[in-house]
Design a protein around this ligand. Structure first.
Ligand SMILES: Nc1ncnc2c1ncn2[C@@H]1O[C@H](COP(=O)(O)OP(=O)(O)O)[C@@H](O)[C@H]1O
Ligand SMILES: O=C(CO)[C@@H](O)[C@H](O)COP(=O)(O)O
Length: 493
C-alpha cells in the first residue's frame, strides 16, 4: 500500500453490535487501515451493555489498525444514540448502560409526555416527543426502579461521550447527540432546566456541549492506546449525524440506514418540531438539523426470521398476500413499544421464502411511511412535513448500513419506494463521518465538504421500478386492524 499523501485521522463508530475504527488519509479519503471488535447486548426484558466493553473494543479495533493509528493527528468518535451511561465519582460505570432499543421505559415516556404539557410542548422545546429510546425516559426509569444507582451517579454520559471522555479526561458531548437526550432544548441549544428539574437530574452531572468546529480535548497518555499524547480529539456525535457527515449530504437528500436500527433522515435547514412523534427533531453535527425516524426492528429482526425458517437471508420468494410485522423487540416507529411480531395471511401453499420476503416488506414499510414525513410530504390531516423546501422527490435514496449490502434489502427498498436507490461503495459511513470531523479540525474545512471531496457517497444507482402499492396498502391495513393486539404485550412479557 502506498504512503499517505496527507495527515492521518481516526474515525470511530461505536454502534450497538461492534466498534469499528478507520485510519483515513485526509488528503484523499483513502482508508489506510481498519479494525473492528464486537460488543454484547443483553437479551430478555431490557437491552444493556457494559460501557467498559466499548472501551476494550475501541482499544482492540485500534490495535488492528497497527502503526497507522500511531501516526494519526486527530480522532473522533461517532456512536449509538440515546444510551444512558451513569458514572460514579471515579468515572466507573455505576451499572450497565441502558441502550436506545430498551423499551422498559415506555411507561415513563408516556408519563413524562403527559406531565410536561403533552406532545406539542416536547416537540416545540426539544424537537421530539420522547419515546422509550430517549435518554430522559431511561433516567426516569432508573430513578423509579434503582434509586440507589441514581444516588451513586456523579456523571451522566451518552455512549460516544463516554469514550471521548476516556480519551481526553473531560466531560464533553455535541449538539447532535445531545439532541437525542430529551433534556436538550433545540430552540435555545442548551440544556432544558425545566425538564431536568422535573426528572431530578442535576445539570452539573451533564457534559459540556462542544461547538461543531471546537476541539473537545487532546488524548491523554494511556497504555492501551496507540495515539501519541496530545492527539486532537473532535467532539464526535451520534451515529446518524456522523453518517450524514460521512456522506456529505446536502439538505433534502434522503438517507435510509439498515443496521441494528433502521433509520431514515435528511439534513434540514428548518428546526423540526413534529408533534406526532414520528419524526425526531435531532440536530446534525454542523449547525443544521436532522429530522429522523427510527425503527427498532431492522437487520437483526429479518435475520432472525431467516434463521427460524432455516433459510439464507437472500432466499426470498415473491410475496403472496402474506403480511409479517417483524416487531420482535417492540417498536418505536410506529410507536408500539409492547408489540411483538405478527403474521397474517398464512396458507397451505405459503413458502418459507415468501414468509422471509414478508419480513423484509414489513421492516421497509415502517421506514418508508416515516420517510414521507421526514422529507416533507403533508400527512393525511394536511400537516406539513419537516423539510418540504429542500426535498427533491427525484433524488436517489442513499442506502447505507450493513443491510444495504444485501440484494433482498436493496430490491425490497426499490420496489416499495418506487425511487432510485444509490448504494455507496464506502462501507463504514459513520466512522468515515467521524474521520471527516477529525479532518475538519486539522484543515479548518466543513466536515461535510471533506466527505464530498473524498467522494464517499459514490456507488451504483439502481433505477426506479414501479411502486408496489398493493403490498403497501395491505401492510397498512393489517397494522390498522391489528392495533389492539399490537398495543398490548403478550402474556409472557
Ligand atoms: N451482506 C449483507 N446482507 C444483508 N445484511 C447484512 C449484510 N452484511 C451485514 N448485514 C447486516 O448488517 C447488520 C449490521 O449492520 P451495521 O450497520 O454494522 O449495524 P450497527 O451499526 O447497528 O451495529 C447485521 O445485523 C447484519 O444482519
Ligand atoms: O436510536 C437510534 C436513532 O434515534 C439508533 O439509530 C441508534 O443510534 C442505534 O444505532 P445503530 O447501532 O443501529 O447504528
Amino acid at each position: 500500500m502506498s504512503a499517505a499523501e496527507g495527515p492521518l485521522v481516526v474515525g470511530v463508530d461505536t454502534s450497538t453490535q461492534s466498534t469499528k475504527a478507520l485510519v483515513v488519509d485526509v488528503a484523499t479519503g483513502r482508508v489506510v487501515a481498519s479494525g473492528q471488535a464486537p460488543h454484547t447486548v443483553t437479551s430478555g426484558a431490557g437491552r444493556e451493555s457494559d460501557p467498559r466493553q466499548w472501551w476494550d473494543a475501541l482499544c482492540e479495533a485500534l490495535r488492528q489498525c497497527g502503526q497507522a493509528a500511531h501516526e494519526a493527528a486527530a480522532v473522533s468518535i461517532g456512536g449509538q444514540q440515546h444510551g444512558l451511561v451513569t458514572l460514579d465519582e471515579r468515572g466507573e460505570p455505576v451499572r450497565p448502560a441502558l441502550l436506545w432499543n430498551d423499551v422498559r421505559s415506555a411507561p415513563q415516556a408516556r408519563r413524562l409526555t403527559e406531565e410536561l404539557g403533552g406532545a406539542k410542548f416536547w416537540a416545540e422545546h426539544t424537537g421530539s416527543v420522547p419515546a422509550a429510546s430517549f435518554t430522559v425516559t431511561k433516567w426516569a426509569w432508573l430513578a423509579e426502579h434503582e434509586p440507589d444507582a441514581v444516588r451513586a451517579t456523579k456523571a451522566v454520559r451518552l455512549p460516544h461521550d463516554y469514550l471521548t471522555g476516556r480519551l481526553t479526561g473531560q466531560g464533553t458531548t455535541d449538539r447532535g447527540d445531545a439532541s437525542g437526550t430529551g433534556w436538550w432544548a433545540s430552540g435555545t441549544e442548551s440544556y432544558d432546566e425545566e425538564i431536568l428539574a422535573h426528572v431530578g437530574l442535576d445539570p452539573a452531572l451533564l457534559p459540556r456541549v462542544v461547538r461543531p468546529k471546537e476541539v473537545a480535548g487532546t488524548v491523554r497518555a494511556h497504555p492501551d492506546l496507540p495515539f501519541s499524547k496530545g492527539t486532537l480529539v473532535a467532539c464526535g456525535t451520534g451515529d446518524n449525524a456522523a453518517a450524514a457527515l460521512g456522506l456529505g449530504v446536502r439538505p433534502g437528500t434522503p438517507v435510509m440506514s439498515l443496521g441494528t436500527s433502521g433509520t431514515v433522515y435528511a439534513v434540514s435547514r428548518r428546526r423540526p418540531t413534529d408533534p406526532t412523534g414520528i419524526v425526531a427533531g435531532f440536530a446534525d453535527a454542523r449547525g443544521d438539523w436532522l429530522p429522523l425516524a427510527c425503527t427498532l426492528n431492522c437487520t437483526l429482526a429479518v435475520d432472525r426470521v431467516a434463521t427460524l425458517l432455516g433459510l439464507d437471508r437472500e432466499a426470498v420468494e415473491p410475496g403472496h398476500g402474506i403480511t409479517l410485522l417483524p416487531f420482535l423487540d417492540g417498536e418505536r416507529t410506529p410507536n408500539l413499544p409492547h408489540a411483538s411480531g405478527l403474521l397474517h395471511g398464512l396458507r397451505h401453499d405459503t413458502t418459507g421464502g415468501q414468509l422471509l420476503q414478508a419480513a423484509y416488506d414489513g421492516a421497509v414499510h415502517s421506514l418508508l411511511g416515516a420517510l414521507d414525513r421526514v422529507v416533507g410530504k403533508d400527512d393525511e390531516k394536511g400537516q406539513k412535513g419537516q423539510n418540504d423546501k429542500d426535498a427533491d422527490p427525484s433524488a436517489p435514496l442513499l442506502l447505507i448500513g450493513g443491510g444495504s449490502r444485501g440484494t433482498a434489502w436493496q430490491q425490497t427498498v426499490r420496489r416499495l419506494s418506487g425511487r432510485a436507490v444509490q448504494v455507496p461503495e464506502a462501507r463504514e459511513l459513520v466512522a468515515l463521518g467521524a474521520a471527516a470531523q477529525a479532518a475538519g479540525l486539522l484543515t479548518g474545512e466543513d466536515p461535510a465538504a471533506v466527505a464530498r471531496r473524498w467522494d464517499t457517497a459514490a456507488g451504483p444507482v439502481l433505477e426506479p421500478v414501479e411502486r408496489d402499492e398493493e403490498t403497501l396498502a395491505r401492510i397498512a391495513g393489517v397494522l390498522s386492524d391489528a392495533a389492539p393486539l399490537l398495543e398490548r404485550g403478550t402474556d409472557t412479557d
